[in-house]
Ligand binder design. Structure first.
Ligand code: SF4
Length: 237
C-alpha cells in the first residue's frame, strides 16, 4: 500500500500514543518480510530484541559484524539468540578487517573514521535499504542531543520508512524492561560502556555524560552514518 507524507505523519502521531510493543507489532503487520531489523547487540539492544521475539520471532535480525566488535558483543549476541530464540543473519563488509587495514592503514579508524564507517557499516547494508520497505531500529530520544527529535516514523528519499518503536522510552524504562523480563544486559555496561559499537571507537562514559559520549570520543563524529545516509523525505510506501 502506498501512502503519502501527510498520511505517514498522521500515522506517526497515532503511534506516538502507543506502546513500543504495539508500534513494533504495527510495523510487522504492515511490512512483514519487507521489514528490516538491524541490531548491534549492544547496550540497550535487549529491549527491542525481546519485543521482536514476542511479535516477530520468525523474521530474521540483521547483525552487522564489522570485524572490529568487542568479543563480549559476539558472546552477547549468542547468548540472546539462544535465550530469545532469535534468527540472526550475519552481514560482513566486502573486505574483511585484515585486508581492509592492509589496504588503507592500520589506524584508518582514527585517521578517517567516516571512510571506515562507510566501508564497514554503511555499504554492507545498502542492498537491504534498496529492497526493504520498513526499517526498525532502537534509537531513543534521550540517548543524545542528536537523537532528541527522533520521530516514530521517518520516511526516507529512496529507502525504507524508518520506525523507532523505542523513541519515547527513557534509559530508566529500558533498564526496568530488561529487569522485568530477565533479559541480560551487555556485559560491558557494568563498566559504563553505555553505547557500544566497534572496539577502537568506543569507550566508557563518565557519570552525567550522554550515553553516546563514548562513541568516537574526540573525533568530532557522533553517528556512523547508518542513520544519516538515508535522507528524510515526504514519501513512504
Ligand atoms: S565505528 Fe570505528 S572501527 Fe567501526 S567502522 Fe566506524 S570508524 Fe571503523
Amino acid at each position: 500500500m502506498t501512502v503519502g507524507g501527510e498520511e505517514l505523519a498522521a500515522l506517526s502521531a497515532q503511534l506516538e500514543k502507543k506502546s513500543p510493543r504495539d508500534r513494533l507489532a504495527w510495523a510487522v503487520e504492515r511490512w512483514g518480510r519487507d521489514l528490516l531489523f538491524t541490531s548491534s547487540f549492544g547496550a540497550g539492544s535487549g529491549v527491542l530484541l525481546h519485543l521482536w521475539s514476542e511479535v516477530a520471532r520468525e523474521l530474521p535480525i540483521v547483525f552487522l559484524d564489522t570485524g572490529f566488535l568487542f568479543p563480549e558483543t559476539l558472546a552477547y549476541r549468542d547468548q540472546l539468540q539462544e535465550r530469545l530464540g532469535l534468527t540472526v543473519e550475519v552481514v560482513r563488509p566486502a573486505a574483511a578487517r585484515e585486508a581492509f587495514l592492509k589496504e588503507y592503514g592500520s589506524n584508518v579508524y582514527d585517521t578517517d573514521p567516516d571512510f571506515c564507517c562507510q566501508h564497514n557499516k554503511v555499504d554492507p547494508l545498502l542492498p537491504y535499504f534498496a529492497r526493504m520497505r520498513g526499517w526498525v531500529s532502537g534509537l531513543r530520544r534521550d540517548q543524545s542531543s542528536a537523537r532528541k527529535d527522533t520521530p516514530i516514523l521517518l520516511p526516507t528519499e529512496e529507502g525504507p520508512v524508518k520506525i523507532h518503536p523505542l523513541a519515547t522510552m527513557t534509559a530508566a524504562e529500558a533498564k526496568a524492561h530488561l529487569a522485568e523480563h530477565r533479559i541480560p544486559e551487555h556485559p560491558l555496561v557494568a563498566r559504563r560502556f553505555l553505547s557500544i559499537g566497534c572496539a577502537p571507537c568506543t569507550q566508557a562514559v563518565a557519570e552525567g555524560e550522554d550515553e553516546r559520549a563514548g562513541r568516537w570520543a574526540g573525533k568530532g563524529k557522533t553517528e556512523c552514518g547508518l542513520h544519516t545516509v538515508l535522507k528524510p523525505a515526504g514519501r513512504t510506501s
